[in-house]
Design a protein around this ligand. Sequence first.
Ligand code: ADP
Length: 452
Amino acid sequence: MTRKIFRSLCLVAFTVFLCSVVLIMGVLYDYFSRIQTTQLRMQTQLAAQGVEHAGLDYFDGLDIRDYRITWIGADGSVLFDSDADTAAMENHLERGEVRQALAEGYGESHRYSATLMKRSLYAAQRLSDGTVLRLAIAQNTILTMLLGVGQGFAAVIVIALALSVVLARRLSKRIVEPLNELDLDHPLENRGYEEIGPLLRRMDSQQKQLREQNARLMLDQAERAQAEQVRREFTANVSHELKTPLHVIGGYAELIQNGMVRPEDVRPFAGKICDGARQMGKLLDDIISLSHLDEGAGDMQFEDTDLYALAKDAAEELAAAAEKAGVKIAVTGESTPLRAIPALVRSIVFNLCENGVKYGRRGGTVTVDVKALPAAARLTVTDDGPGIPADQQQHVFERFYRGDKSRSKDIPGTGLGLSIVKHAALVHHAWIDLQSAPGQGTTFTVTFPKEI
Ligand code: ADP
């Protein structure tokens, strides 16, 4: 780019310089021609006065330098000529300046002189005796003028050209410099050419877009990595949770198969196998429910339901288990209409009640209360069990999380119940509150907004 600007500037400078030289030469040539003509007229008038006084003697020893002097008789014959042989010369009456001098007293003309082979200026003055005195001088041509100023002119050309080249180089560098110094990483911080403002603004917005895309890409990558990690943990957890009941089933089945079990032990062993199978079934049911919820439960329909009726159903379903655990389930409240997905609300109530039964106090009560608020329906499940320690409360909704006590006490469970509650609540835009303290029981409150 610098080279291109440099070449253009040189071209402009040379062109302007050449045109100026031609014009100046033309003006000078015109000026000098006029001076030469004026001088010739004066010289002619002076010489005419001389010849008028002295006749032919005037020409004796006359130093005429570059001039040619001709004295022409009234009949056109040449009486004297400083350059050519008078006898051989043709009649001069037809010459323009001579004719004009004879008619008007003074005449001028310029032409190529056949005898002198160059362009000449002529001035003629009529004398009192009717003869004409004519002076001629070779006129300066532009070439002679150029040759005359020769060396000086060449020096001017060289200096002008050198100056043009130096200035063009500096100028082209100065033009390109701000462009070379552009900070393309921060386009809007550049000062310099206003004209490239739109380009820089465009660049800035494109860079911003790129940065945003990059950030989004990185976020996507991080999310994907996290999802991958969750999937891996999930698979590991599922395999782990499946292994325990599978070992139990396999172990007892093998003992029975090998005939190593006393007949009276067969029933309890078969019971253990059934428990293991039930546990596996429950785990698979929970996994299926969770993965369904992960996909958004899009195929499930919202219906007009009654939260109180759903709570009653869940309590009934758990009646046998509650009795076995020595826990009473009490459903209080009133009919509370709710637009919801019945199966999911049922699983919320069921899981919370089941936990109340599992972790509650033997001889205690699990209270399920349903209340209609002005803009929401509220479900509260309270037990009078040992409660959840504060440091575990934030983890209980995580997948496969099981409190230490639940494990050590060998309470059956998958660690997925409260994750299912959390996701089912999310589908209904409901929020969950957990209040618990060791020895003080546990209260889960789920609030379903009426308008989603
Ligand atoms: P699970 O019951 O299969 O272990 P959950 O996700 O339902 O899985 O519960 C996670 C953990 O939270 C339980 O292992 C238990 O330690 C604790 N938990 C849940 N509900 C109660 C409750 N009502 N009282 C005491 N601890 C509870």
